[in-house]
Design a binder for this molecule. Structure first.
Ligand code: HEM
Length: 222
């Protein structure tokens, strides 16, 4: 019974985690528009953002995304507490460092940093654009909500640039380990297959970390 419960929790973390990984691919692709010259970027970014907000299908996906974030966080906390309680007392001969990576031992800390990032990030964009909280967002010349301006002006503030760029590092670590362990949690234990998964995880985490980390810098120095 307890094993089943644990297995279900791990499946849920893995499933929601991979869904969030997919979201990040789409999100990074869209945000790469920001590095284009302003004449092209503003119109493209705003019309893309408007299309997403107005599509009924994307609205459903967005709710699934919020649910995935909440479930991923809740079950990650539950499983971390459970593992701490179940772990035998640490003693001198504990060789956990030799058997697992730094990221795997610190998924809780990395996850917490990302959660803090997401809360601040949603306050920066989502709350203003979708909920209309804070300073009103203007329209561009095509009549679209000027999401580009919100992003551009945020990244004129060096503290936000540093925050977004530095937080891309724990994001990359978390994704690297999370991507690999999600496959194991889903029961994928093929040795050669797991080696390929490990390589894909590394490339994926590097692209996400570097991509999300450099966009604010490029916008700042544009
Ligand atoms: C360069 C970095 C990033 C930029 C410029 C950026 C930009 C944005 C913008 C403009 C929105 C609002 C979109 C809209 O409603 O039209 C948004 C939403 C969001 N972002 Fe980001 N983002 C970045 C990185 C990230 C990262 C690293 C994560 C996750 C770890 C993330 C998670 C989200 C989520 C969950 C939403 C809400 C999505 C929705 O409501 O559909 N973002 N982002």
């Amino acid at each position: 019974m307890l094993r089943n419960k644990l297995y279900f929790r791990k499946l849920l973390i893995a499933g929601t985690g991979l869904f969030l990984c997919l979201f990040l691919v789409v999100h990074l692709s869209a945000n790469l528009i920001l590095v284009l010259p302003e004449e092209v970027a503003r119109g493209l970014y705003n019309s893309y953002s408007t299309t997403l907000r107005e599509s009924p299908l994307i609205k459903i996906v967005a709710y699934a995304l919020y649910l995935a974030i909440v479930l991923h966080v809740i079950y990650a906390i539950v499983i971390t507490i459970h593992n701490r309680r179940a772990k035998p007392q640490k003693y001198v001969m504990n060789r956990s460092n030799e058997n697992s990576s730094w990221a795997s031992q610190n998924m809780g800390i990395l996850g917490t940093l990302i959660l803090i990032f997401i809360v601040i990030h949603l306050a920066n964009f989502w709350a203003r654009i979708k909920l209309g909280i804070g300073e009103e967002v203007g329209l561009d010349t095509d009549g679209h909500v000027d999401v580009y301006e919100v992003t551009y002006s945020l990244f004129q503030n060096i503290y936000y640039v540093i925050f977004y760029t530095v937080l891309a590092i724990p994001l990359a670590y978390h994704l690297h380990h999370g991507f690999k362990s999600a496959f194991k949690s889903l029961g994928f234990y093929h040795k050669k297959g797991l080696r390929i998964v490990a390589k894909v995880a590394l490339v994926y985490a590097l692209i996400m970390g570097i991509g999300f980390g450099v966009i604010p810098l490029i916008v700042y120095f544009k």
